[in-house]
Design a protein around this ligand. Structure first.
Ligand code: HEC
Ligand code: HEC
Length: 339
């Protein structure tokens, strides 16, 4: 009797499985029969429309010798070798600190989670809380020149600004207006339950960063003295206190997915805690300052890790600089709900 029961169970399960598989095939066939109605602009990989999928930059080698192509290639060259053209010994003008855009926008602004430019064409002009205004690509590029490169702005009409803009627009050409793809910008490292610790960060710095960036964070110049082999992380030639990397979440995220040099997002070499701590060590060191009195006209618009008051909350400047950020984020969420 028992034996018989087992036989029936086995056949029943087999039948169920067959029905499942047949249904799957049927559903697939139906999906394949009806044309996809996603309205992708021509030439666009439809997969890009989904935020979960990954972006690939267009191929620079596919550009021809036309005037447009020459401008785009010059723009790319300015991103990679900024200092040779615009640095302290620059051949075109001397308006920046010796760093290259590529030092922070890796692989000419194309690296996944390497602060790439994929979303600029699709999202600018856009409103930004820092300036309290709608910013053009020109304004955003000059922001980095004045802060990250601690220098001065390019004229909007200059061939250099026009070339940088042309390159950035070309890079993001496949992404529909208003969209962003996965891999854009900088990784958001999960908050930790304590303040980031510069002392612990120093230990990591000595072990994993100092060989290239040097003991005093000054980096290493190339033999020609015009640009850096290893860029500075603090001191007179580094980014100033108004730069994006001066926010702890930005530098922690940049470092987590990209440093030590050669690291990629899918094989990070630092734990989250190490990334926060080493970021805290770097941003506790001296660097150039900028007048920031016009930034963040709406105080409540400041991000949790903006290290300068006043604030609309009661957390200290130190907590806004080093964390823990979780409680501040919670508070901001509640505040926003209350309104
Ligand atoms: C010291 C590092 C650093 C350097 C050097 C630097 N940037 Fe940036 N840049 C940043 C950071 C950080 C952000 C903001 C990223 C974020 O908020 O997630 C940013 C953002 C941008 C954006 C906006 C990206 C977007 O998707 O909204 C543009 C455009 C840009 N930079 C252009 C440039 C150009 C052009 C140069 C060279 C003239 C340059 N940057 C040099 C760090 C740097
Ligand atoms: C093998 C050499 C090497 C090591 C080790 C290394 N870096 Fe870098 N780092 C670089 C190079 C090269 C760049 C610029 C990348 C480029 O231009 O393509 C860079 C860029 C940076 C930048 C952005 C540019 C700037 O100067 O502000 C930061 C921040 C940074 N590194 C932090 C770190 C941290 C933190 C560590 C240790 C965890 C580290 N790096 C380890 C070579 C290195």
């Amino acid at each position: 009797m028992e034996k018989n029961n087992h036989k029936i169970d086995g056949r029943f399960i087999l039948l169920l499985l067959s029905i499942c598989i047949a249904t799957l095939f049927f559903v697939r066939a139906v999906i394949a029969f009806f044309p996809d109605d996603t309205k992708a602009p021509p030439g666009i990989n439809k997969l890009l429309l989904q935020d979960t999928l990954i972006w690939y930059a267009p191929d620079i080698k596919a550009l021809d010798g036309s005037a447009d192509s020459r401008q785009i290639k010059y723009g790319r060259e300015l991103i990679i070798n900024t200092s040779a053209y615009l640095g302290p010994k620059g051949s075109v003008m001397q308006i920046s600190n010796g760093m290259n855009c590529q030092n922070c926008h890796l692989e000419a602004g194309t690296k996944l989670w390497g602060n790439n430019y994929s979303a600029v064409a699709s999202t600018y002009p856009k409103f930004r809380e820092r300036s309290g205004s709608v910013e053009s690509i020109y304004k955003r590029v000059n922001d980095c020149l004045e802060r990250s490169l601690n220098g001065s702005a390019l004229d909007t009409g200059s061939s250099e600004m026009q070339a940088i803009r042309a390159y950035i627009l070309w890079l993001g050409q496949d992404i529909p207006k208003g969209k962003k793809v996965k891999g854009v910008g900088i990784t958001d490292v999960a908050y930790i339950n304590r303040a980031a610790d510069p002392t612990a960060g120093k230990v990591i710095y000595t072990q994993k960063c100092q060989s290239c960036h040097k003991e005093n964070g000054e980096g290493v110049l190339n033999a020609d003295g015009k640009s850096y082999q290893y860029p500075p992380l603090w001191g007179a030639h580094s980014y100033n206190n108004g730069a994006g990397l001066f926010r702890l979440s930005r530098i922690a995220g940049y470092v987590k997915s990209n440093m030590p040099f050669g690291t990629s997002y899918d094989a990070p070499q630092l734990t989250d805690e190490e990334a926060w701590d080493v970021a805290a060590y770097i941003n506790s060191q001296p660097r150039p300052t900028k007048d920031l009195s016009k930034d963040w006209p709406k105080i409540s618009g400041k991000p949790v890790d903006h290290p300068f008051g006043p604030y609309t909350d009661t957390f200290s400047e130190a907590q806004h600089k080093y964390g823990p950020f979780g409680p501040i984020a919670e508070y901001k969420k509640k505040q926003a709900k209350g309104k």
